[in-house]
Design a protein around this ligand. Structure first.
Ligand code: ASC
Length: 160
């Protein structure tokens, strides 16, 4: 009787130790940190922006036939998403493991904000152009938006 109580007590103690260890190591590692979630949010935005800009680039480059309705849909999405990037670079997301965002984003904030604003402005101009339906103007606006993407990547994104 006394022995079984002792054994049960030991079992409980061991469970407690293992449990505490699991919470500290295993479970904690499964849950992304706040900064990791910020990086995930940012990268998700770029994934969706890139996914919508891709077909526009293909049209401008003549890889697929120009389609005014498709251009308008894609351009409006990019113009809607681009301003969200202004909230996607909180300071504590600087240097988080899997980011390609250079530290210059947070040291050269004026330069970075200017580069980001260029994308916002040019994608808005592109969306406006798609409402006009002039293929040549739309293609030119796609080119200008693509330059804004590239300009920022060249300066503020680590090359893969
Ligand atoms: C894309 C994409 C980019 C830009 C850039 C434009 O489709 O994913 O990052 O266009 O390549 O120069």
């Amino acid at each position: 009787m006394q022995r079984s109580v002792k054994i049960r007590g030991l079992g409980l103690a061991m469970f407690g130790v293992v449990g505490a260890f699991a919470v500290q190591s295993g479970l904690a590692a499964d849950k992304p940190s706040k900064a990791e979630m910020e990086v995930d949010y940012r990268q998700s935005l770029y994934t969706v922006i890139g996914g919508n800009f891709g077909p526009l680039g293909a049209m401008a480059g003549g890889k697929v036939p120009f389609d005014a309705a498709e251009a308008r849909l894609r351009a409006e999405r990019v113009a809607f998403l681009a301003p969200m990037l202004k909230e996607a670079f909180p300071a504590d997301s600087n240097g988080v493991a899997h980011t390609a965002a250079k530290p210059e984003i947070w040291t050269d904030t004026a330069g970075f904000n200017q580069a980001l604003q260029l994308l916002i402005d040019r994608s808005a101009a592109l969306a406006a152009a798609t409402n006009g339906g002039d293929a040549a103007k739309i293609k030119a606006a796609i080119g200008e938006t693509g330059k804004a993407c590239k300009g920022c990547h060249d300066k503020y994104r680590v090359k893969e």
